[in-house]
Design a protein around this ligand. Structure first.
Ligand code: NAI
Length: 487
């Protein structure tokens, strides 16, 4: 019986490259049945604010797999990118991108004889992509970076499972926990915890800036890397550059129920309709989808035919040896079809045994968001963010201390500006903006309530413009907030 999937051809070059890829799949007798669904620009234009029809949504939710071409988000119409919405709505929490050197695609590394084979797993929902940003004053913008323990666990567990399934020996967690101690610190802590369940995989961690340096100098050090969303976004494009650019970058958005396979590049409006686009990235995404669905040997046959074809120097206009005439999209696909069954001299893919999709689904369905319960909490204080005009730190401290006359359970412990402590001690050389953070903490042995803390903020607002309030909490006896620079 064929496996049913939803296919959205996309906009611009989408239909051209999708036709080419499905032609290759059909020629290799891939046991898939496609339900074509309507998504993308024409749907936005027709007034569907989600960019898809109800029938498309239903089919995707029923089959759990969407194979999609690139889609255009109309600019200036106030609609959200369908690509981002789809990832969030269907909780595809892991973005997997497999980057490997391709024969015939020249890069500095291929010329130096250094093969690249790196998988990046990027958390796909959280981090700054929540888009929760505020102007606290006209001059001061803040964004919330949301990292959660259950969300981190989901993507990290997926990364270990993926590494195990692919037979990888190493998985690295890249982060900036030295600076972002609570957010990236949490991601790293969860990684180290889950790593204990996978003793066969060598788990290590690396600071993300060091990772970038090493990726461009010694990329062969890495097999797979798991990262938070924004850092993962940047690092995965860096890796695309290592193997020849976005035209060769496949992408899978994996969730428990729905997974989306697509190329990383966009709709290429400049060449749309000309039939000359390069279908390689979408084909590689499709090959990843076949593996995900368990059609491992079909995936290997197609990938070998692609590598063999590239090795022969066949190329579309956007890459390759200029002395060999470029093929158009369909000629390129036909060349791959003619080479099905052939194996490249370099980098041949070994087919692993086919596995039933059920086994993937079984491990993923164990990967639900799990909320931690029963942790002891203690309310310890409050950070009040205020806008002050031209006030100096000691003037602000005098006003802040007035609050203590209403409630002497607290101490004023610190004032900071742009995260750097400026009171009780600081440097005259710290330059100031007109927004400060004022920290009150409860005195030793006292207990405080949220109500009392909100009262401080309310009273404070009579003397200074309160922009934001953040509670200070301890969890399980550990501080749940960071100290200011210099505190
Ligand atoms: P783009 O990736 O479409 O194009 C950038 C350049 O790369 C262009 O010169 C294009 O001709 C070339 N290019 C891209 N894919 C190619 C291929 N397969 N073969 C040959 N050349 C290729 O990026 P751009 O111009 O920033 O975005 C165009 C549209 O695509 C926008 O509406 C954007 O929102 C959308 N987009 C959609 C994505 C998705 O559906 N996942 C991802 C990125 C952009």
């Amino acid at each position: 019986m064929k496996t049913k999937i939803a296919v959205a051809q996309g906009d611009g070059i989408g239909p051209e490259i999708m036709d080419a890829v499905l032609k290759i799949f059909n020629a290799n007798d891939v046991q898939l049945e496609y339900e074509f669904v309507e998504m993308g620009k024409s749907l936005f234009d027709a007034g569907h604010s989600t960019g898809m029809t109800a029938a498309a949504k239903e089919a995707i939710e029923k089959y759990g797999i969407l194979f999609k071409g690139p889609m255009e988000t109309p600019k200036g119409k106030g609609v959200k990118s369908i690509n981002v919405t789809a990832r969030k709505v269907w909780n595809t929490y892991a973005n997997q991108r497999d980057f490997r050197s391709l024969n015939g695609v020249n890069t500095v590394f291929s010329k130096a004889g250094i093969p690249i084979n790196i998988t990046i797993i990027r958390e796909n929902i959280e981090d700054t992509y929540g888009g929760i940003e505020h102007l606290l004053t006209y001059d001061v913008a803040v964004g919330r970076r949301i990292i959660t323990r259950p969300g981190s666990a989901q993507v990290i567990r997926y990364a270990f499972e993926m590494a195990q399934r692919k037979g990888l020996k190493k998985l690295a967690c890249a982060h900036k926990a030295n600076i972002m101690k609570l957010t990236d610190g949490m991601f790293l802590e969860v990684f180290q915890e889950i790593a204990k369940e996978y003793p066969d995989i060598e788990a290590s961690d690396i600071i993300v800036d060091d990772l970038c340096m090493k990726l461009v100098s010694k990329p062969e050090m890495f097999e797979a890397i798991v990262l938070t969303n924004l850092q993962g976004d940047i690092v995965s494009d860096l890796c695309a550059g290592l193997v020849g650019g976005l035209g060769f970058a496949p992408s899978a958005n994996i969730g428990d129920n729905i997974s989306i396979f697509e190329a990383v590049h966009g709709t290429a409006p400049d060449i749309a309709g000309k039939g000359i686009a390069n279908p390689t990235a979408l084909l590689l995404s499709g090959i990843g989808m076949l593996r995900f669905l368990g059609f491992s040997s079909k995936a290997a046959q197609i990938e070998n035919a692609l590598l063999y074809t590239l090795e022969q120097g066949v190329h579309t206009g956007d890459f390759g040896d200029k002395s060999i005439p470029a093929s158009n999209t369909m000629q390129f696909a036909d060349a791959i079809i003619a080479n099905l069954g052939k194996v490249p001299a370099k980098g041949a893919i070994e087919a692993t045994a086919d596995v039933e999709m059920k086994s993937h689904v079984a491990h993923l369905s164990k990967n639900k968001l799990t909320i931690t319960k029963g942790i002891e909490e203690e309310m310890v204080g409050v950070d009040i963010f205020v806008e002050t005009g031209d006030m100096q730190p000691n003037e602000l401290a005098a006003i802040a201390k007035k609050q203590l006359t209403y409630n002497d359970n607290f101490d004023l412990v610190m004032i900071s500006n742009r995260g750097t402590q400026v009171w009780p001690t600081g440097s005259i050389y710290t330059e100031l903006v007109n927004e400060y953070r004022v920290r009150f903490e409860k005195k030793e042995g006292k207990t405080v309530t949220q109500r009392e803390l909100l009262h401080i903020a309310a009273d404070f607002s009579q003397d200074a413009k309160v922009c934001s309030v953040e509670f200070l909490m301890n969890f399980g006896g550990k501080r749940g907030y960071t100290l200011a620079q210099g505190q």
